[in-house]
Structures are given as structure tokens and as C-alpha cells.
Design a protein around this ligand. Structure first.
Ligand code: FAD
Length: 424
């Protein structure tokens, strides 16, 4: 079911990540003779790191229109690709090839083995079965094109002539895995705009972080980021302090919404340690404690309210002596305690670097790509798929689904003989 195949097309796929491996499989399934060129000495190195080595493959959210909300405004670009190959199709593809899947909270899908290499292996085996020619340690340096038609690629070890090329080189994060932004240069020199790129899903650096907080994990908190009192983003969940700042699911989620502002300004991170109680309720709770247990010390009262690892820091922050009997706490001091429980603030000085970012925000300009086929509108028979595009999603399996779906569509269309393609 691959459309009008007339002759065997020669397709080169650049990049052996999820988008490239899926593209190569689909192009070969559709009858093309496929060469996959990978820069590193292994396929799927970044894929092997995903989900802390467990690989959160996709998400079970059944509605495409809800799913695309996880990519922000650019999500609309994915509608066509998802209509062709969505989460259900991806899960079936993997299950058909022997991978047992499991669903965890929030609809997140993982291999039952908790081993991301099992996902890589499914592709490696299938690529072999489909007789895709794989060349490892072959970084592509140049795209060959005559006027506006692609004709081949030049890589470190030679030149491959072909009828179609799929650029699936990934983004610019975790460059040790091979994704170091090469695709942006390949796109630029062939006339495509590449937007500004930022580290996405990335931890924050905080100003003057107190070493006592290092390693402290906070659960069920609300975190908000503001600039000049304007709220930029807020999220609920958990995060932890590190020696340089803040990391964890809440922080990664916030980082997507503030990626531009964070380049320009110091932002403020507000932590609400008691999001289930409003300020009044927190006051009442402290007053109850004071009325029933007035002889205990401030430190002992905090033991009921905060994780152990936070208490010394909180005492310093509120500047109330730790051995103060709580019956002696003044109204002003009570207000300071409530303020710090409900709105503990830190200055965000920036994000960690690309090498600690889960994704790259930004990439090849989407208006230069046909969302139905992933073909460039500038160069015929040149396709783009995966994170090299200006698409990035939330945590929860969304980035891999986008890579697999766009890879599938690019592979299928690259293998097709187009009716109006007389030049080839
Ligand atoms: C630590 C970490 C955890 C993550 N966890 C998850 C998760 O659980 N779920 C999720 O959905 N997403 C996750 N992501 C994001 C996800 O891994 C990426 O969005 C996804 O891998 C992008 O796929 P891709 O094929 O476009 O690019 P990549 O996976 O980056 O693959 C690109 C490939 O192209 C190769 N390449 C680059 N340049 C060249 C060249 N010039 N010539 C030849 N080959 C080249 C690279 O070596 C690489 O193998 C995670 C990312 C990281 C870093």
C-alpha cells in the first residue's frame, strides 16, 4: 500500500535515529533501494538514551488534535503525518516485530523490558530483512543537486548518487550521540531557512543556589516562571535541586514555554510548596499548631511541614531563630513563613547547554516543507524528517512519535515515482 511505484527508486537516508530508521524501513517496504548513512559507529545512539535508558516510545492519547497540542503552535504541521502513521500504528509496527510494550502513568508507552536497545534492535533487524544498505561512520558533508533537483550526497567515504534524499540528522542536543546540527547546514546551503535554535526540555541554572538544597526532591509542588511579574508558564509535579540549579519534569516542561525570554532576561522561579492550600489555609494551619503545641521550637514545627533536607535552608531563608518557641512567633514572622511556603523564589540565570537538553527547539522552517509528504518546497526529491524540523514536543513520548511519523511519511513519499517528475 505504498502508492504509485513505477521503477525502483534509489533513496539515501541521512541519519540512523528513529526518524531515519523508520524512513529507511518505509522506503524499502515501498520498493526503493535504500542506503542509510549514519555518522556514528552504531544506529540509534540517542534512542538508546531515551526515557533514562527505558525509551518512552509514544503516548496513548487517542485524539490527534489533543496530541498535537503537546507541540505548541507548530503541532498543526504534524496532522497529516499523524493521519498516516500515529501512535496506534507505531505500537502495532513494534509489536508485529516482537517488541512487548507496556503503558505507564499518563499514557506513556515503554518496552516491557525497560531496555531502549530492544527498540533499536527491532529497527536494526528489520532494516537487515529489507536489505537496506547501511554505512556507519559515514557523516554526510554535502547534498548534490542540479538546479532544484536532488541527485546525491557526498559523505566522508564517498559519493552516492540517488533519486531522493531524506535528511534525518536530528537536532543539536546531546551531540555525543551524533546529533550536532549537521542537518541545519545541509538545509541552509540548499536554500532553506533555519529558525533560531534553543535548548528545549532543559534544566535551569539558578543564582547563588544554597549547597544544602543539592539533591532535594520536591513532589507535588506548583512552579511558576515570571518576568517582571508577568506569568510566562506554570506547571505542577516534581523537581529536584542540583548543585547548579533545578531539574526534573516540572522544570523541563516550564523550559519549553520560556525558551525565548530566558535568552534575554533573568527570570524568576516561584515554588508553591503547599499548592493544595491557599494562603489563608496555610495561616490557619500554623495558628492551629501554635495554639495546640506552643512550646515546640520553630525547627520542630517545620518538621511537620517540610522535607528534612529543606529545614535548615528554610530557617535561614525566613531568618527566624530555629529554637524560637512557636507560641512566641510574631504575626510578621508568621507572614514570612507563609510567604516562603507559598512563594519561595529563585532567580533563573539561564538554561543548561544543548548537551543537557532533551530536544532542540527550532530547526528547518516548516513553511519550506510540504506536511503531506515531508518534501522540500525548494528542492525536488529532498525530504526532511524528525527533530531537524522546527518541531519539538513535551515529555511523554511526543518527540519520538513525531520522529517516527515524519520519518514514515518521508520514506513512503521518497520511494514514490511522482507523475509530474519528468526530470528524473
Ligand atoms: C536524554 C534524552 C532522553 C530522551 N527521552 C525521550 C523519551 O523518552 N521519549 C521521547 O519521545 N523523546 C525523548 N527524547 C527525544 C528524542 O530522543 C529525539 O527527539 C529523537 O531521537 C529525534 O529523532 P531523530 O531521528 O530526528 O534524531 P536523532 O535521534 O538525533 O538521530 C539523528 C541521527 O543522525 C545522525 N547524523 C547526524 N548528522 C549526520 C550526518 N551529517 N551524516 C550522517 N548521520 C548523521 C546522528 O548520528 C543520529 O544517529 C530524549 C532525548 C534525550 C537526549
Amino acid at each position: 500500500m505504498c502508492g504509485n511505484i513505477v521503477i525502483m527508486k534509489r533513496v539515501v537516508v541521512i541519519g540512523g535515529g528513529p526518524a531515519g530508521m523508520m524512513a529507511a524501513c518505509r522506503a524499502a517496504e515501498c520498493g526503493a533501494r535504500v542506503t542509510l548513512l549514519e555518522k556514528m559507529n552504531k544506529l540509534g545512539l540517542k534512542l538508546s538514551l531515551t526515557g533514562k535508558g527505558r525509551c518512552n516510545i509514544t503516548n496513548t492519547e487517542p485524539q490527534i488534535m489533543t496530541f498535537i497540542e503537546k507541540y505548541g503552535d507548530n503541532g498543526k504541521f504534524l496532522i497529516n503525518a499523524f493521519n498516516t502513521f500515529f501512535n496506534k500504528e507505531l505500537m502495532e509496527f513494534l509489536k508485529r516485530r516482537g517488541l512487548v510494550l507496556k503503558e505507564l502513568s499518563g499514557g506513556r508507552i515503554y518496552p516491557d523490558s525497560d531496555n531502549s536497545w530492544n527498540v533499536v534492535d527491532v529497527f536494526a533487524d528489520y532494516l537487515k530483512e529489507l536489505r537496506v544498505h547501511i554505512e556507519l561512520e559515514s557523516p554526510v558533508k554535502e547534498l548534490l543537486h542540479y538546479q532544484n533537483i536532488i541527485g546525491g550526497v557526498v559523505h566522508e567515504n564517498g559519493t552516492v548518487l540517488c533519486d531522493a534524499v531524506i535528511v534525518a540528522t536530528g537536532g543539536n542536543s546531546y551531540s555525543k550521540t551524533g546529533s550536532s546540527g549537521d542537518g541545519y547546514q545541509l538545509a541552509r546551503v540548499t536554500g532553506h531557512k533555519v529558525t533560531a535554535i534553543y535548548p528545549g526540555l532543559v534544566p535551569f541554572n539558578l543564582l547563588d543556589i544554597d549547597p544544602r538544597l543539592n539533591g532535594l526532591k520536591l513532589k507535588n509542588i506548583k512552579a511558576t516562571v515570571t518576568v517582571d511579574e508577568e506569568v510566562l508558564s506554570e506547571a505542577f509535579g516534581e523537581f529536584y535541586f542540583t548543585e547548579w540549579g533545578a531539574d526534573g519534569s516540572v522544570i523541563l516542561r516550564l523550559s519549553r514555554d520560556v525558551k525565548e525570554e530566558i535568552q534575554e532576561d533573568y527570570l524568576t522561579l516561584h515554588i508553591d510548596l503547599k499548592p493544595a492550600l491557599d494562603e489563608q489555609k496555610v495561616h490557619e494551619r500554623i495558628l492551629r499548631e501554635i495554639n495546640s503545641n506552643g512550646k515546640i521550637s520553630y525547627r520542630n514545627m517545620l518538621k511537620e511541614m517540610l522535607p528534612e533536607k529543606m529545614i535548615s535552608y528554610f530557617i535561614t531563608r525566613t531568618q527566624i531563630p530555629e529554637d524560637t518557641k512557636i507560641a512566641n512567633i510574631t504575626k510578621e514572622q508568621r507572614e514570612t513563613i507563609v510567604k516562603n511556603l507559598k512563594d519561595l523564589t529563585f532567580t533563573i540565570t539561564g538554561t543548561r547547554s544543548f548537551d543537557e537538553a532533551i530536544v532542540t527547539s527550532g530547526g528547518v522552517e516548516l513553511s519550506h516543507i510540504d506536511p503531506k509528504t515531508m518534501e522540500s518546497k525548494k528542492i525536488k526529491n529532498l525530504y526532511f524528517a524528525g527533530e531537524v524540523l522546527n518541531i519539538d514536543g513535551d515529555t511523554g513520548g511526543y518527540n519520538l512519535q513525531a520522529a517516527f511519523s515524519t520519518g514514515y511519511v518521508a520514506g513512503e513519499n521518497a520511494a514514490k515515482e511522482k507523475e509530474n517528475n519528468e526530470e528524473n
